[in-house]
Design a binder for this molecule. Sequence first.
Ligand SMILES: [Zn+2]
Length: 347
Amino acid sequence: MFFRKEVRIARFLSPLEGFTPVAQRVEFRRDPLTGRWSRINLERAKRVRQAMGESPLELLKASASGCFFCPENLERSTPKLPPEFGEERMRRGEAVLFPNLFPFAEFHAVVVLSREHLLTVREFPPRMLEDALRLSLEYFGRVREVEPGSEYLMLNWNHLPSAAASIVHPHFQLLADRTPTFWLGRVMEGGRRYRRRTGRNFWLDLLREERRRGERWIGEGEGICWLAAFAPQGQNEVWAVFRESSCFGEVGEEEVRELAEGLSLLLKGYADLGVETFNLTSFSGPEGGGSRGYHRLTLRLISRPPLRPLYTSDSGFMERFQYEPVVETVPEELAARLRKVFEGGEG
Ligand SMILES: [Zn+2]
């Protein structure tokens, strides 16, 4: 396992230091599986963002009026599942599942997590997440009965508008595809290459190595390990890696409970770091366990720009076109802070 890191020094005369010479450290890091590079400069976190207003929480609360996902509107404003699913909308606890009105997959569902319209990152208890996760797995199971060819299942969560959520009301998006996404394809290809070269599973080796090094290790349970990504693709990137499951179909009862607890803790840790918005996605191998030799189910989270009427996007030319993201959070520092939250215990 090779964690490749190269440091380049950028030199200039800084107006912040009376035009004396300064040197800033830019770390280039290479993802050990896919080879994708990212760049880290901690100094960037200090830079001035000219567009930065006050927190619009009040404005967001007002978006409850007429919200399609609020309990008083949901029944008449959201689509129903077709008859082959056996019920029109699926429910568990506060969670409600229905098809996306504007899908971008053959199977694309929405899971509304709460009756409450607006929840901050700190306000997701394990129980609420567990209900939503169980409901998601139940939907995936039905999709597989309806269309066995849909073997690539994806669980996603954009939280709040600066993380690309068009609806403020907390919701997951579930997708089922016949082919892997571009990046899942790359991840699995990397895993197969590693298997051919070493005869071992990259993910199990990664867990062993990261656990030994400890610097990016956040916490672990029976079924899931939490760590900061070595070469992050976004700010505050955290991975949840399943020890056994390679795809959602293999996830057991206990793992769901553990995932919900870990996720709730992680979101509390994010809140402590000042994170207000985030994206979550998953990398699930083909259903049926065909990728167990070289893949493991992972969930990944990154934080997104703060919740402000005017904010600076974190996706520019490097992220959108060059696929070499610029990151200003240091994985080892992130892990150290989140580790404390995980060690602190209960979700
Ligand atoms: Zn709502």
